[in-house]
Design a protein around this ligand. Structure first.
Ligand code: Q9C
Ligand code: ZN
Length: 336
């Protein structure tokens, strides 16, 4: 299986985030990618490819222009400078001053946990180029591939970053594929993909299905409830399955199969983009589900039985000692 990955992604180096008013270690460390590449490179069945930089228009098809201008502007930060706003525009009647300013990052983020540094834009573009390349490859060959995206993407909305995400990698792939057919996103990250949901909320071109920890008790708190079904054209094309922390793998699979069957009755997709978040693994520092290595294998196998054109986009997953193994197990389950 092809793995799209570029070393440029490691240029986004953040060590700290603000979490409930305290400075804590940043979750999206560069060791995450090293861990995954180490596991996959041991196996001959994975073929690493550095993708071409994806066209600006592919990103612009999902994200607002002034949001992208803001991110690009942050390339002029000094080596040790960070953008991390502490003031947010709370009212539409506030003065419309130029938002393309580091001080006014509050326009463009919904949390305090995703700082920006000089190379964030470059790394986020490299990351998005992986999922774009996977989508192109899927459309051209019908073959599945794995986009080793980091920074991740599913929390990023059309005009806001957050949850370690800046560009919505899965949405960029899905949007590209809508030119060729119907698309379904299946998101199994521990957290709800509020960004992916919002980007396609009023559209029936992309069905968004997500299983995740209940937003009553987990990030992103404001989005991911069962009642969110989509609007306008997109009504019925959004399905959230919020599950309580400590949900067993057995219960998880039951919900997966049930919701997937429901989704497939609404839409018979030509393409499936899987937002693969491994923070559902047992003992993940950010998650409280209980998936083991063998469960990821089973998950990969289950997706294979759908017999659809499919691609995989890396999202979360933070337990370094298991991350690479679980990604490997999942992809092997799909392949074998
Ligand atoms: N110190 C993804 O999994 N906040 N993002 C948690 C913990 C944000 C995770 C803070 C969690 C977002 C792609
Ligand atoms: Zn997550």
């Amino acid at each position: 299986m092809r793995v799209f990955y570029s070393t440029l992604q490691k240029k986004h180096r953040i060590t700290e985030e603000l979490y409930y008013g305290k400075v804590t270690a940043y979750g999206d460390s560069i060791e995450r990618v090293s861990n995954i590449t180490k596991s996959l490179k041991k196996e001959k069945i994975f073929d690493f490819v550095k993708p071409e930089l994806c066209p600006y228009e592919a990103i612009l098809a999902v994200h607002d222009k002034n949001y992208l201008q803001f991110l690009e502007m942050t390339q002029s930060l000094k080596a040790k400078e960070f953008v991390a706003p502490y003031v947010f525009p709370y009212d539409a009647r506030l003065q419309k001053q130029n938002p393309i300013m580091p001080y006014r990052a509050g326009h463009f983020t919904f949390d305090s946990g995703a700082p920006i540094m000089k190379h964030t834009w470059e790394a986020a573009c490299a990351s998005a180029s992986n999922s774009y390349a996977s989508a192109q490859y899927l459309e051209r060959t019908g073959e599945a591939s794995y986009a080793l995206c980091r920074p991740p993407g599913h929390h990023a909305t059309a005009n806001m970053y957050g949850g370690y995400c800046y560009l919505n990698n899965a949405a960029i792939a899905a949007k590209h594929l809508t030119q060729y057919g119907k698309v379904m996103i299946i998101d199994f990250d521990y957290h709800h993909g509020n960004g992916s949901q919002s980007i396609f909320y009023d559209s029936s071109d992309v069905f968004y299905l997500s299983l995740h920890a209940h937003p009553l008790v987990e990030f992103p708190f404001y989005s991911g409830f069962l009642e969110e079904h989509g609007i306008d054209e997109g009504f019925n094309y959004n399905l959230n399955v919020p599950l309580m922390p400590k949900t067993s793998s057995k219960e998880y699979f039951k919900n997966f199969e049930k919701s997937l069957n429901f989704a497939l009755k609404v839409m018979d997709p030509d393409y499936i983009v899987v937002s693969a978040g491994f923070d559902i693994q047992s003992k993940d520092p950010l998650g409280h589900f209980n998936m083991l290595e063998k469960d990821f294998y089973k998950l990969g196998k289950m997706l294979k039985t759908l017999n659809k054109k499919m691609m995989f986009v890396q999202e979360g997953g933070y337990l370094l000692k298991s991350l690479g193994k679980n990604v490997e197990s999942f992809l092997k389950g799909y392949m074998m």
